[in-house]
Design a protein. Sequence first.
Length: 239
Amino acid sequence: MVFSSDGYRLQGNLHLPATPRPPVVIGMHGLFSNGNSPKQIALAQHCTQNGIAFFRFDHRGCGRSEGNFDRVTSLAGRCRDVMSAMKFLDQSGRVNIEKTGLFGSSMGGAVCLATAGEQPFGPLVTVAAPIHSAPVLHALQRARDPQVQPHARLAQTLHFDLSNRLQAITDILVFHGDADEVVPPSHGQTIFDRAGEPKKIIRQAGGDHRMSSPRHQEQFLRNTIQWFKNGLRPADHEP
């Protein structure tokens, strides 16, 4: 599926359950990732099995979407991509946009927080989300992979601090590994402390930034689906 954001053609995949006009979760990938990340594919499968649609897409400059990554990547730009995705889904008439949840991992988690901090959304789930850009920039500076090493423009456009937006966020499930080597676990704790109810934090013992443990992945899927079911109430779960 193709939609436009600030003039860029973005590519996405909409996973639909059998029920008509279901609630929907929009997924946001990490900085150098795309909509085909294993977490999003697995989450899409579990959402549709539980009566919830899932939309995963490539942000501008990533994957199949248009844009030069170094020139177009910013927190604000990615937030506009999310709002453009919502408009596209609403116009499609295939989902109930009034019941929208957000999921974001790493940089995608920051996009999730920033978007929800500006206007109300349904349930949110974040994984290893940074609340400010310092750990992201530090990780870029340490990276040895030439495809990941920062360029001058990235160092300029990735500066952000979401600390003052967290109080506006409610209905959030926070995952953070206590051995995260990129984003300190204190970020997850701060999100939880400052967000409003309902909220929950799952601290994964020994968990790394990528959530590479199969046990942690299973815990993530089980709890995330339950959080979205409770917050979005798909048709087959209505009273």
